[in-house]
Design a protein around this ligand. Structure first.
Ligand SMILES: [Zn+2]
Ligand SMILES: [Zn+2]
Length: 232
């Protein structure tokens, strides 16, 4: 399954072809079978950080060290083939995938309570120059359209570039992003959804939530396409 799908992915250049299995995709980028096979998160999750928890209660980690964000909505578990889709958008310039991932995320977002602003996680300036686009912003465009929310990439910016979290041990990630963001304008009690492609330790999202709240945000929720579950 994995080899077949990976090989198929390398060849998805024909319109109407599922990018995971090369079967016919009637609409969109996946065939109905591959779409149904996506690792959608259907199990009970911690409402705060979206890792599996008994009966959907707040997890032990969040009880022991409450994060500064209030809730997390995640669409997929970050494993095959969700990782293939996220990578293709992030590193291969397959921008059409932003629509697919945005749709999957929007499906999970409840209309209540409403959010005032949707903030895609800002990309470091150097990486934005190299890549030419911010994948979180591309996904957020679709989610904003689907939910009727207001896209507000200007609500928070990077104050300095940081090494990519992906290359760092989990324990160092919080230190790496400390002080990396700033909010140019007061947020006056707003509810803000912070949108990213993948949530791993949550260190970046926790740092951003702290900065938003220090600037007056009343509530901060994370909207992430894919969630990595912590080891153990
Ligand atoms: Zn397929
Ligand atoms: Zn939790």
């Amino acid at each position: 399954m994995l080899r077949k799908a990976a090989a198929a992915f390398a060849h998805w250049i024909f319109g109407g072809t599922c990018l995971l299995c090369r079967g016919a995709a009637e609409q969109g980028l996946l065939c109905a079978a591959c779409d149904a096979d996506l690792p959608r998160l259907r199990q009970a999750l911690c409402p705060r950080c979206a890792i599996p928890s008994t009966a959907g209660a707040i997890c032990g980690r969040c009880l022991a060290r409450p994060p500064r964000y209030d809730a997390t909505v995640a669409a997929l578990e970050y494993r095959f083939p969700a990782d293939v889709l996220v990578h293709a958008l992030k590193f291969r310039g397959e921008l059409a995938l932003a629509g697919l991932l945005g749709r999957l995320l929007a499906e999970r977002i409840a209309p209540d309570p409403p959010v005032h602003l949707i903030l895609p996680v800002p990309l470091a300036a150097r990486r934005l120059r190299e890549r030419g686009y911010n994948q979180a912003l591309e996904i957020a465009r679709y989610v904003a359209r689907a939910t009727g929310g207001r896209l507000a990439p200007e609500a928070c910016e990077r104050s300095r570039d940081t090494p990519a979290q992906i290359g760092l041990p989990w324990a160092e990630r919080a230190t790496n992003v400390r002080g990396a963001f700033r909010v140019p304008r007061p947020l006056d009690g707003a509810t803000i959804a912070v949108l990213d492609d993948v949530m791993t330790t949550g260190a970046t999202l926790d740092e951003i939530a702290g900065v938003l709240k220090d600037s007056g945000a009343a509530r901060v929720v994370n909207w992430v396409v894919a969630r990595t579950f912590p080891p153990g």
